[in-house]
Design a protein around this ligand. Structure first.
Ligand code: SAH
Length: 278
């Protein structure tokens, strides 16, 4: 019998073999991979991972689940379960106690949706401080709307600050949709599998911190034109000139700019020292 799902830990047990197959295939696993799994739950994904890789290091917050999982998977000597909160646990420091387990190079997980943003930031870092060394590959089951944002093209509704931030830090692909009925209990939203390949944006922004601030300001009010959202950054005239110089429509909204254009805009503002004091 499966343990009763707990709402406060966003527990929804994946049931679909098809979804599991897609996750496994997307992760391009090899025998030398060390996989970090976040929220193994009942271990349905863990059991698929274990025979394919060198090791699985799983972080699970729910103590009761940890007891069950450790009992059920005690014969798998390439499995290490760390009890704790993925957002605060220092996985690397914990691993110092287990010399057999090397640092994970991939992440494969059906994550708790209520902390998707912070998990992405933990795994990828920020524009100012990208996680180094980066993971080779990250395959996650996420809420469909998040998947659409990660995968959005400029000019589309789904293209937001999260899209620019994550696409600056990784190549993002949508692997497949997973309906709510694939889970027990079904969440209120549909889901999707995404694959992220972290890499540094080339060429990087001259001043990543300023790019980060610019994105935040630029997307502050989505319905306004970019130049209105940035009116505290530079005078309207100046901004219009600058946008024209960069061949960006002066009446564009934040969602219309590609990542390359965001980088170009922040570089220009930096060069002209327009956002010097931000
Ligand atoms: N991977 C399982 C469970 C997914 S549900 C499956 O596919 O069926 C999300 C899981 O994340 C649950 O097991 C939940 O207890 C765990 N979880 C929730 N918050 C967490 C946190 N902050 N750190 C680590 N695990 C967490």
């Amino acid at each position: 019998m499966k343990p009763q799902p707990r709402k406060r830990f966003a527990q929804h047990w994946l049931q679909s073999q098809e979804a599991l197959n897609q996750i496994i295939r997307a992760a391009e696993l090899t025998e030398s991979d060390r996989v970090l799994e976040i929220g193994p739950g009942t271990g349905i994904l863990t059991r698929r991972l274990l025979p394919l890789v060198q090791s699985v290091i799983a972080v699970e917050i729910d103590r009761d689940l940890c007891t069950i999982l450790n009992k059920q998977l005690q014969t798998a000597d390439n499995f290490l379960l760390l009890q704790g909160d993925i957002l605060t646990l220092d996985v690397e420091a914990q691993l110092a106690e287990y010399p057999k387990f090397q640092k994970p190079n991939k992440v494969v997980a059906n994550i708790p949706y209520n902390i998707t943003g912070p998990i992405l930031e933990k795994l990828l870092g920020t524009i100012t401080a990208p996680t180094q060394p980066a993971f080779d590959l990250i395959v996650l089951l996420v809420q469909k709307e998040v998947a659409q944002r990660l995968n959005a093209k400029p000019g589309s509704k789904a293209f937001g600050a999260l899209s620019v931030q994550v696409q600056y830090l990784a190549n993002c692909e949508l692997i497949c949709h997973v309906p709510a009925q694939a889970f027990q209990p079904p969440p209120e939203v549909d889901s999707a599998v995404v694959r992220l390949r972290p890499r540094l944006w080339q060429p990087p922004a001259d001043n990543p911190r300023k790019l980060e601030i610019l994105i935040k300001l630029g997307f502050a009010s989505r319905r306004k034109m970019l130049r209105n959202n940035l009116k505290n950054v530079a005078e309207r005239e100046r901004l219009t000139q600058l946008l024209e110089l960069l061949k960006i429509n002066p009446s564009a909204r934040a969602e219309d700019l590609s990542v390359a254009e965001w980088v170009a805009l922040s570089n220009q503002l930096q060069k002209l020292e327009i956002i010097g004091e931000l």
